[in-house]
Design a protein around this ligand. Structure first.
Ligand code: MG
Ligand code: MG
Length: 255
């Protein structure tokens, strides 16, 4: 069962979220053709210093990973869905670039991801990005006290299927707090009314991962996950607090 956070803890998580939103907004502008993914990571390290926060990813060893994570960003391009390791890859016109980042502010974590279409992107790829972002919005809308985790998964998958795309089911969202990954798993599929009941004070990372083709993914040698059929993928994520007055997105600027 998810840990319940009190108001003070949620305020700290909101500050962690605001910092992350600022960093991601700045990074978004730097994602363009000709830039290496390593350069984005270097910029993210500077931005972390500017907002006075610590990376949640650097040195982190998720379950099933072969080695500790070497960067502050995950930059996953095209068929790579998540956990892409920044390196010498040069971003090209038409790429779908997913940036996933987590940070820590006074022991509390925030986690968020965006997908950016670089330059001239195919109409179908733009549609994929839009459908994934809409699926995140639908999931957040369902994140209300009294609803269930199944309601979130149902809302996400319905929205994805409406766009004609596939939900990647091997990867999930998660609870978040004083650790990057806490209980419960937040699935992107589900049945309405099933699973854990959501309560005010829960904080979860909702993160639809969507494929243009088949939903199966494979783990590569650098621990990243890519679609098995090589089709394009998109990913959006917000850290969301469930409050008595509805879902509160912590990783959105202007809150
Ligand atoms: Mg993330
Ligand atoms: Mg996450």
């Amino acid at each position: 069962m998810a840990l319940i956070k009190n108001e003070k803890e949620i305020a700290l998580m909101a500050e962690a979220g605001r910092k992350l939103a600022r960093v991601l907004a700045a990074l978004r502008k730097e994602v363009k053709a000709g830039v290496t993914t390593a350069a984005l990571d270097a910029r993210a390290r500077e931005l972390l210093k500017e907002v006075d926060a610590v990376s949640a990813f650097l040195g982190y060893k998720p379950h099933g990973a072969a080695k500790p994570y070497p960067a502050v960003l995950c930059v996953s391009v095209n068929d790579t869905v998540v956990h892409g390791v920044p390196g010498e890859y040069v971003i090209r016109d038409g790429d779908l670039v997913k940036i996933d980042m987590g940070l820590v502010h006074e022991r509390y974590y925030s986690d968020s991801a965006i997908t950016i279409g670089v330059g001239k992107v195919a109409a179908s790829a733009r549609k994929l990005i839009q459908a994934t972002e809409e699926a995140l919005r639908a999931g957040i809308k369902a994140a209300r006290a009294g609803n269930t985790l199944g309601d979130i998964g149902f809302a996400v998958s319905e929205q994805v299927h409406r766009g004609g795309f596939s939900v990647i089911q091997q990867l999930t969202g998660h609870g978040i707090g004083t650790a990057l990954h806490e209980d419960p798993y937040v699935f992107n599929v589900g049945r309405q009314g099933e699973g854990d009941v959501l309560k005010a004070g829960m904080v979860i990372a909702i993160e639809p991962m969507v494929a243009m083709g088949k939903p199966q993914v494979k783990q590569l040698r650098d621990d990243s996950f890519a679609t098995k059929d090589g089709s394009l993928s998109a990913h959006f994520e917000h850290t969301v607090a469930i409050t008595s007055s509805g879902p509160r997105i912590l990783t959105e600027s202007g809150i």
